[in-house]
Design a protein around this ligand. Structure first.
Ligand code: TYD
Ligand code: MG
Length: 457
């Protein structure tokens, strides 16, 4: 009898080794190795498939076909996808459990069915009646929508290839297993094998496949980062489980922009698109606000948004002061604090600093720097910034304020929401006048602080 060969696979990054290890040399996680059986049969099968594919083509003979997009008719979702689902692509939607992944995909499936597309919804986690209950709640009923509760990958593959739907939803990749692989569902080998096979089906049959993936406690897409490399598009579904808004963000997109975000509100009847996000984020903004609260205008993707940033600065009871951030990168904040100390002379060495972005949104662009700096500086000095002022600008290491992109669009958004003043970088060279809004141009961080403080006195 042939000896069963095994290998140890890191469940976080997919690193393989012949012997057990306590710590993964690739990703540094502890106790992440699981023993899995090596299956030669499936490897042989893969080789056969590769031989079947087309031979290499000279570049001049390749015809460019316009990619066919199927809009989901949920505008926020389409925006993140880059204008709809591309036919024959594999899309991964990742997020924490309970965030609303099944809900958005059931709602999108319904919209697709209404355009006479056939959708196969493979439910590996919930029973058909559970899905039906959710569908009733969302007012969904359509004869083109097929629910298929199944965890066995071979059966799923059979259904896809015989039924030939236009779109397939797999809810979720962690719950399905292929009998070719010995390890349990959700392990790296299973996910890799199933995802690979789904990719082949998507390309060969020209079927769009959407896969749901859960996120681990550490915030990685569960199990493998490798999943991200295998699919065409990765969309992260974020948000605070205890708040009603949810944010869709493209992390990778072979067919579109990755800086777009889509915003939804979870309600009684499922997810509703938020067409005007600034209003949502400013809903709780106190006009007679406390110190350390500023409004910045961020430009996520093609749309500007007004977001509130709060900072709290106070004397530390600890030997080393604490720096805590939520929604902005900690190292970015540390850099801004260093600039404030060196270029403005603000002493923060005995102060704890907390910076929080309101609304659960993650801000990645440096145009938020000046807002963060002013929130910290005004909180440390105990002054309130005029509540009708918005702020935008990148802070350089010598304390200079650097230009940001799409400045006109940002100013228009601020103007639309009834703000009276906007602080912008001098180097943006805005000559145009905007009705009802005063534009204050600043070249140095100290000028921005003076502009805020003097306005109040
Ligand atoms: P779900 O889509 O099941 O999340 P996931 O698939 O990401 O695990 O949604 C889970 C939450 O959404 C659940 O706590 C209930 C809530 N919800 C609503 O508030 N309204 C609704 O109409 C629906 C369908 C769900
Ligand atoms: Mg679910």
């Amino acid at each position: 009898m042939a000896k069963i060969k095994t290998k140890f696979v890191c469940q976080q990054c997919g690193y393989e080794t012949a012997r057990y290890m306590g710590k993964c040399p690739e990703c540094g996680n502890w106790e992440s190795f699981v023993e899995e059986t090596i299956n030669n049969e499936s490897q042989q099968k893969n080789t056969r498939i590769i031989l079947d594919t087309l031979p290499p083509t000279p570049i001049n003979n390749i015809k460019i076909g316009e990619e066919i997009r199927i809009p989901t008719n949920i505008s926020e979702f389409d925006r993140v996808l880059g204008g709809g689902l591309v036919q024959g692509s594999l899309v991964l939607i990742a997020g924490d459990p309970g965030i609303g992944k099944s809900t958005i995909l059931l709602q999108s499936s319904n919209e697709l069915c209404r355009q006479d597309k056939k959708v196969l919804y493979v439910s590996a986690e919930e029973s058909a009646s559970q899905i039906k209950l959710r569908a009733d709640r969302l007012n969904i009923s359509n004869n083109n929508l097929y629910i298929y509760p199944q965890t066995n990958f071979d059966s799923i593959k059979h259904q896809i290839t015989t039924e030939k739907p236009d779109v397939v939803v797999i809810d979720s990749i962690q719950a399905i297993y292929s009998s070719d692989i010995q390890s349990s569902a959700g392990s790296v080998s299973q996910i890799r094998e199933c995802c690979n096979a789904l990719m082949q089906i998507a390309k060969q049959e020209n079927i769009t496949i959407i896969v749901i993936g859960h996120v681990t406690k550490e915030g990685n897409i569960a199990g493998p980062k490798i999943l991200e490399h295998m699919v065409d598009t990765v969309i992260q579904f974020e948000g605070d489980k205890y708040k009603s808004y949810r944010i869709l963000r493209a992390v990778k997109n072979r067919f579109g922009n990755t800086s777009e975000v889509g915003i939804f509100e979870m309600g009684e009847k499922g997810l509703k698109e938020v067409i005007n996000p600034s209003e949502l984020f400013l809903k709780e903004y106190q006009q007679s606000q406390a110190t350390g609260s500023v409004i910045i205008v961020t430009n996520e993707g093609t749309r500007p948004m007004l977001v509130e940033i709060q900072a709290l600065v106070g004397t530390t009871p600890y030997p080393t002061p604490r720096r805590v951030t939520n929604g902005v990168d900690l190292s970015r904040v540390l850099q801004i604090l260093a600039v404030l100390e060196k270029r403005v002379g603000l002493n923060l060495s005995k102060q704890d600093v907390y910076v929080n972005v309101i609304g659960g949104i993650d801000i990645q662009e440096p145009a938020a720097d000046l807002g963060i700096a002013l929130a910290v500086a005004t909180c440390a000095r105990d002054v309130v910034i005029d509540p009708h002022t918005a702020i935008v600008g990148e802070v350089g290491l010598s304390g200079e304020i650097r230009a940001v992109n799409n400045i006109e669009k940002r100013i228009k958004e601020v103007q639309k929401l009834g703000f009276k003043k906007i602080i912008i970088p001098q180097s943006n060279n805005v000559e145009e006048k905007f009705d009802g809004i005063k534009i204050v141009k600043v070249g140095k961080i100290i000028e921005a602080i003076t502009a805020c403080i003097t306005a109040n006195n």
